[in-house]
Design a protein around this ligand. Structure first.
Ligand code: ARG
Length: 459
């Protein structure tokens, strides 16, 4: 039965119900709705609207519903109710008759839905924090497994300077650390309770809003009833958090797709996260990574959609706001799925250290080291730069790294080059010279990895 039938003489059209009803998707907030209702029943009982006995009957019935909601046993498909709020009230009324019909005293679906959704968002933020920490754990463990591997670092997708593999892993760790801190900020900022704001102007019953807020795990009540029922900033922020983090996952996926390609061959992905081709038997495609990249579209879309929905809305509640949910539910689900599959992909990684080193060497990143070596022998830098350039040209012609040229060959470019040049041309030498904090040298990378492993263990 509709929650608002009295003023109407005719019923809703089927098409109106299709556009208006939200039970098909807001049923996901059943547990939050029931928990909010338990606290509301206590609040109005304290003002004398319900007797102690009535409140206890309501709370017991709501607890029964909560158990069913959490077990996935509520039969939404068979319900004719408009939304989750109507569904819960109908279930109570069916069980308790008029007592069930008292629960909505002093409350509106406007403060109710705002409370439910905040509870839902907050709980999912907590889960997503766990998901993000799991990705950090997988990244630090793959970094530890392949801590000696050196691979090319890129700018413009051209080999630029070699980096240690853990350094690459820890770059993404920094991004996921920021994603975590953004979610923590969001939790702190949104942790205010709308319940008691009524439809828009506040409730006439003298409920203790601070106490209501605390019982639902909020820090304090929302301070303005008009804002409380019509604020969806917390959903937008959640969608921004999801979008930014999906962008990070997508960039990581893109790097790994390339590392896994036949051309690079730096990593191999597990059979558990790849798929084959129906036509080409030799193929093993990085589908999980491609979907982490591909699903960004719908998540970014949900952020954009809600921004546009909200932008022209006058105060306070408007039904447009019912459109806040499906995109957010989907974005959270996709983000959770992508964070989870990211762990499986990372855990499955095997590395070909030799191919990585070969590719790193072929970039001639040690040409600068050669010039510096000549400078140390007393040659002016400009001349040394020129000599080193000629050496690169000769090595390129032979399709070899500089260090594969013999001493005799090298001496043709400068008689100052001695046997000790080979140490300087080593990949490790070049990488480990970058010893500054945040650099790719062995000592800063080892320290950073150790910090991260401790952080993951402590979490
Ligand atoms: N299903 C609605 C929503 O999600 C609940 C609030 C309805 N309020 C109202 N006054 N019609 O926004």
């Amino acid at each position: 039965m509709a929650l608002w039938g009295g003023r109407f003489q005719g019923g809703s059209s089927d098409m109106f119900r299709q556009v208006n009803d939200s039970l098909s998707f807001d049923q996901i907030m059943a547990a939050q709705d029931i928990r909010g209702s338990i606290i509301w029943s206590r609040a109005i009982a304290s003002t004398g609207v319900l007797s102690t006995d009535e409140q206890q009957q309501l709370e017991a019935a709501l607890n029964e519903l909560l158990v069913k909601a959490e077990a996935g046993e509520l039969d939404f498909a068979a319900s004719e109710e408009e939304d989750i709020h109507a569904f819960v009230e109908a279930a109570l009324t069916e069980k308790l008759g008029d007592i069930g019909r008292k629960l909505h005293t002093g409350r509106s679906r406007n403060d109710q839905v705002a409370t439910d959704f905040r509870l839902w968002v907050r709980e999912h933020c907590e889960q997503l924090l766990g998901d993000l920490w799991n990705v950090r754990a997988s990244l630090s463990s793959v970094a530890e497994r392949f801590k000696t591997v050196i691979l090319p670092g890129y700018t413009h997708l051209q080999r630029a300077q070699p980096v240690r593999f853990p350094h690459w892993c820890l770059a993404y760790v920094e991004m996921f650390k920021r994603d975590i801190s953004r979610l923590e900020d969001l939790i702190a900022r949104m942790n205010q309770c709308p319940l008691g704001s009524g439809a828009l102007a506040g409730t006439v019953y003298p409920v203790d809003r601070q106490h209501i807020a605390e019982q639902l795990g909020f820090i304090s009540p929302c301070l303005n009833s008009l804002d409380a029922v019509s604020d969806r900033d917390y959903v937008l922020e959640l969608l921004f958090c999801a979008s930014t983090s999906m962008m990070h996952l997508s960039r990581m996926a893109e790097d790994m797709i390339f590392f896994n390609s036949g051309e690079a061959g730096f990593i191999r992905l597990g059979d558990n996260v790849t798929s084959g081709s129906s036509l080409m038997p030799q193929k093993k495609n990085p589908d999980a990574l491609e979907l982490m990249r591909g699903k960004c579209g719908r998540v970014f879309g949900s952020l954009q959609a809600l921004l546009v929905t909200m932008k022209g809305l006058p105060l306070a509640y408007n039904k447009d706001m019912q459109e806040d949910k499906e995109g957010a539910f989907d974005a959270v689900n996709q983000w959770h799925i992508c964070l989870s599959i990211a762990c499986e992909v990372i855990d499955s990684v095997q590395m070909d250290a030799e191919r990585c080193a070969k590719a790193a060497k072929e970039g001639y990143a040690n040409a600068t080291e050669l010039a510096d070596y000549l400078v140390a022998k007393g040659i002016p830098f400009r001349t040394a730069h020129d000599i080193s350039g000629q050496v690169v040209l000769a090595a390129l012609e032979q399709k070899k790294p500089i260090e594969d040229l013999s001493l005799q060959e090298l001496k043709q470019f400068s008689s100052d080059i001695e046997d000790d040049v080979y140490e300087v041309l080593q990949l490790e030498y070049l990488v480990d010279k970058r010893n500054v904090l945040g650099g790719t040298g062995i000592s800063p990378v080892t320290a950073a990895l150790q910090n991260e492993i401790s952080a993951v263990e402590a979490w």
